[in-house]
Write a protein that binds this ligand. Structure first.
Ligand code: CP
Ligand code: NVA
Length: 316
């Protein structure tokens, strides 16, 4: 496996290895300070970022390398240089590229033309590095035996909903996504893909329109912003109205399992997709989850650069 372009690129064995290594980095961030010694990692972002940028830069630094942050239109790509040419040039300078942008197809194209690992740091369709942090947090709280547990996402059928379904399928979990029907439902192709993976792993995939049924007895209740980066402002009012029944309120949280927890990839909008009482309450694990963005990106860089991930040919 050269790149992490999509969540579905990871096999179950890759996820287990990455979570083990990330847990070791959480215990001792400086346990491999020469893994990227004298090497650079480019981080190119055409959308804003707090966690992914900070996690990526600190992960590279802790591995002994130098991060090169490149913002949006800093590259000649904005003036018509092709993705293929850009990929070849970056491959000559950096040992890996972490990219955050809009179109998944641009990330896929970079992967085809770069000789170095390309890591998806969020696209309109997917957010694989976030899901590793989420599942490390889940493993810390519940352990590795997730049988009988239900993992629920409620809200917009966006990149996080797709990634939640896919990673849950890889993990053999009972995953539920509840969104409004219509334009804010998850992409049917992402649902079909998760179902294809689930057929091999024994995962249970449910896509619902009822937030209460989705939250009932869940071990994890997860949500994300209702207006993602790049969403048209003209849709805001209709979208927020459609999503309002999916807000994670104390009442929705009270339906979860007795030991149920709240997770959110952040940034959060209190009073919109989640109430302050929930996100700032005792069942919220958001700060551990955010901290694991660094430990998991550190693990991805460590193993991808060493060529130690097998990839999920199983699922293709
Ligand atoms: N969760 C996440 O990706 O956060 P940022 O947008 O701040 O990177
Ligand atoms: N769905 C959100 C996730 C932010 C981490 C977005 O794409 O803006």
């Amino acid at each position: 496996m050269k790149d992490l372009l999509r969540t579905q690129d990871l096999s179950r064995a890759d996820v287990d290895l990455l979570l083990d290594t990330a847990a070791a980095f959480a215990a001792n961030p400086l346990r491999s300070t020469d893994a990227l010694a004298h090497r650079t990692v480019a981080i190119y972002m055409t959308k804003p970022s707090t966690r992914t940028r900070l996690a990526s830069e600190t992960a590279v630094a802790h591995l002994g390398g130098t991060p090169i942050f490149i913002r949006g239109d800093d590259l000649q790509i904005g003036r018509g240089e092709t993705i293929a040419d850009t990929a070849r040039v970056i491959s000559g300078f950096a040992s890996a590229l972490i990219i955050r942008t809009f179109a998944q197809s641009d990330v896929d194209e970079l992967g085809r033309h770069a000789s170095i690992p390309i890591i998806n740091g969020l696209t309109d369709d997917d957010h694989p590095t976030q899901l590793l942090a989420d599942w490390l947090t889940i493993r810390e709280v519940f352990g590795s035996d997730i049988s009988g547990r239900k993992f629920t996402y409620v809200g917009d059928g966006n990149n996080m909903a797709h990634a939640w379904l896919t990673m849950g399928a890889i993990m053999g979990a009972h995953v539920v996504v509840a969104t409004p029907s219509g334009p804010w439902a998850p992409d049917p192709a992402a649902v079909a893909n998760a179902q294809k993976i689930a057929a091999k792993t024994g995962a249970i995939i449910e896509v619902l329109n009822d937030p209460e049924a989705a939250a009932k007895d869940a071990s994890v209740l997860y949500t994300d912003v209702w207006m993602s980066m790049g969403d048209p402002e003209s849709e805001r009012s209709a979208k927020l109205t459609a999503l309002s029944p999916f807000a994670v309120t104390p009442q929705l949280m009270s339906l979860t399992a007795r030991d149920g927890i709240f997770l959110h990839c952040l940034p959060a909008h209190r009073g919109e997709e989640v109430s302050a009482e929930v996100i700032d309450g005792p069942r919220s694990h958001i700060w551990r989850e955010a901290y694991h963005r660094r430990t998991t990106i550190q693990a991805i860089l460590y193993h991808l650069v060493r060529g130690e991930l097998q990839g999920s040919a199983l699922f293709s």
